[in-house]
Design a protein around this ligand. Structure first.
Ligand code: PEP
Ligand code: MG
Length: 605
């Protein structure tokens, strides 16, 4: 395309240094780069409880140390459970409280405790093994019991066993993790990563996970270069090995030679320069060559991110994942109305006059509260809107806090994982009631706070014509919409190859939603991770999207693409994509289109 204006899509003319391409194959693992940037540092190997427990015979002088280690693990596990119990007592149902009370009691059960100590002393076996043996025997007895109550408690004993072994395994507790290390683990939860980030870790490399798992989203929000889906990195690295994590192309290199190290330091520098260049794009509008304007907003997880929104030129917040505030443990738990209000007020004041879109707590799926309900299919279970409607004690304070914050600037409320129109109506009723209560109590709030729904369940996307009559806006949650449409778990690396947001089936649902929005005059935004992918931006623009939101650091690259294309040409591309037979065909179409239009992306690959 000859008429590209001030910004070219591909500013990088340097080829990656040869050593970057050729680093010794045996020391290089290929995964999925999910949070861009390059981290270089020593390994911190974080083992979770699920690993097999091996037997080790203790030397006589190790025995009492091992008993102490066991006692320490019991104390740490107890401390962790206390925190969870405090939360459960404050905000969740009796059932959850009972589960954790039962676990707490098991943890301090004198008979169990003495049996483990006896095994360590008399059979001279390591504490992990002793715990596993003793707990397994008890569990088996409970499972065989005639009492249903005891059979149910067997699950709790399993939990207690895992907790204890995890604490024994940690060796170093979270809070003692060395800063300036790269965390290597089989898998992490978003909450784990959050805690690690507070210790200043440099990067993260995981065996499991996908690009839209919440741990990956969290890594991007925290700016921690990360690679997931590495299949077995935990088997091949040793603590303190030197690691390069390339979150851009998904490479991880173990103990690199001098030449490779130097090449990656250069690459790290180039990436820093690119980020600087991005800042120059911030004040420019995201507008196509034929003057179609797209609003680029931020997906925000933490209050700390508010400082960088301007640097990336984001126009307000398209998605605030408020549940992340819940993942903050202990003191920082911000469930009470007053604390939430203070946070939301700050958000609104920072982005006004642009809107701040607060998604109501989206719990469940892979974003469980610490009080995990065991479900076989958590993504199809008690999640999002379903949890909130069952737990008004969580919903009401949040709605009150958002409405009160709306007095300080434009705020929008977004409901997660809606499936049926009746759910939407119940939310509206509750919100109206809360508004009345606030007015009676003399609290100020905006007269009009738009109410929207996440379009992330195919049933809703198929019925957006109906929903459009009752909502003020739609937000396409393509992370979930993709997993539910294609029946592919978004966090399961075994099926990651099947997880394609550009599958024509997903594109057709997006198109249907955009059309319904247009027909009924309500805005449609897209807040799934594909919104941050510059490569697919032409398709989304062609489908008619006018509002996108993504992790702030992705916005400049998306803007660069939007400013370099014509909407009319993108419409042709989208029309062909909708008719494609599968995701692969869309991908090929897209590559040709980008090539034909002079759009070279991924200059770092
Ligand atoms: C989505 O599903 O696309 C989305 C934005 O929500 P989350 O990733 O938090 O499930
Ligand atoms: Mg979702």
């Amino acid at each position: 395309m000859s008429n590209a204006r001030d910004i070219k899509i591909d500013p990088g003319d340097e080829e990656p240094p040869a050593a970057v391409q050729d680093a010794g194959a045996s020391d290089r693992l290929q995964g999925l780069g999910v949070s861009p940037g390059i981290a270089i540092g020593p390994v911190y190997l974080y083992a979770r409880a699920a690993f097999t427990v091996e037997h080790r015979e203790l030397a006589p002088d190790e025995i009492e140390d091992e008993v102490d280690r066991f006692e320490w693990a019991v104390q740490s596990a107890e401390h962790g459970l206390e925190k969870i119990l405090a939360l459960a007592r404050e905000k969740l149902g009796d059932e959850s409280v009972q589960i954790f009370e039962a676990q707490s009691m098991m943890l301090r059960d004198e008979a169990l405790y003495q049996e483990v100590v006896h095994r360590i002393r008399n059979k001279r076996c390591n504490a992990d093994y002793a715990v596993m043996k003793v707990m397994t025997q008890h569990r088996q007895r409970m499972e065989a019991s005639a009492s249903e109550y005891l059979r149910d408690r067997a699950h709790d004993l399993q939990d207690v066993q895992e907790r204890l072994i995890m604490h024994l395994r940690r060796g170093k507790h979270f809070s003692q993790i060395d800063p300036a290390t790269i965390v290597v683990s089989e898998n992490l939860t978003a909450a784990d990563l959050l805690i690690f980030s507070k210790r200043g870790i440099l990067g993260c490399a995981l065996d499991r996970g996908g690009a839209t798992s919440h741990v990956s989203i969290m890594a991007r929000a925290l700016g921690i270069p990360s690679v997931v889906s590495l299949h077995g990195i935990t088997d091949v690295v040793q603590p303190d090995d030197l690691l390069i994590v390339d979150g851009i192309d998904g490479n991880v290199i173990i103990n690199p030679d001098e030449e490779t190290l130097a090449a990656y330091r250069t690459r790290q520098e180039r990436y820093r320069r690119l980020l600087q260049e991005h800042k120059q794009l911030a004040p420019l509008p995201a507008e196509t060559l034929d003057h179609v304007r797209v609003h680029l907003r931020a997906n925000v997880e933490f209050l700390e991110e508010l400082n960088v929104l301007k640097d990336y030129g984001s126009e307000g917040i398209g998605l605030m994942r408020t549940e992340v505030l819940l993942l903050m443990k202990g003191e920082e738990m911000k469930l009470e109305e007053e604390k939430q209000f203070e946070s939301y007020k700050l958000v609104v004041q920072t982005v006004t006059p642009e809107p701040a879109t607060f998604r109501l707590l989206d719990l469940g799926g892979d974003k469980m509260l610490p009080v995990a309900h065991r479900e076989h299919n958590p993504f199809l279970g008690w999640r999002g809107a379903r949890v909130l409607l069952d737990r008004p004690e969580m919903l009401v304070p949040q709605v009150r806090a958002i409405l009160r914050a709306s007095a300080f600037g434009p705020a929008r409320i977004l409901i997660p994982m809606v499936t049926n129109i009746e759910e939407l109506r119940r939310f509206r009723e509750i919100i109206e009631q809360v508004k009345d209560d606030l007015t009676k109590e003399g609290h100020a709030s905006a007269a009009d706070v738009p109410l929207g729904i996440m379009v992330e369940v195919p049933a809703v996307a198929l019925m957006t014509d109906l929903f459009a009559k009752e909502v003020d806006f739609f937000s396409l949650g393509t992370n979930d919409l993709t997993q539910y449409t294609l029946a592919v778990d978004r966090g399961n690396d075994l099926v990651a190859g099947l997880y394609r947001e550009i599958h024509p089936a997903v594109l057709r649902l997006i198109k249907r939603t955009i059309d319904a929005g247009e027909k009924h005059g309500i805005p449609v935004s897209l807040c799934g991770e594909m919104g941050g992918d510059p490569r697919v931006a032409p398709i989304l623009v062609g489908l008619g999207i006018h509002e996108l939101s993504a992790s702030p650091s992705y916005l400049p690259e998306v803007k660069r693409v939007i400013r370099a294309i014509n909407r009319s040409e993108a419409v042709e591309l989208a029309t062909r994509a909708l008719l494609a037979k599968d995701a692969e065909e869309v991908s090929i179409l897209l590559d040709h289109w980008l090539g034909d239009h002079g759009c070279k992306l991924d200059q770092f690959l």
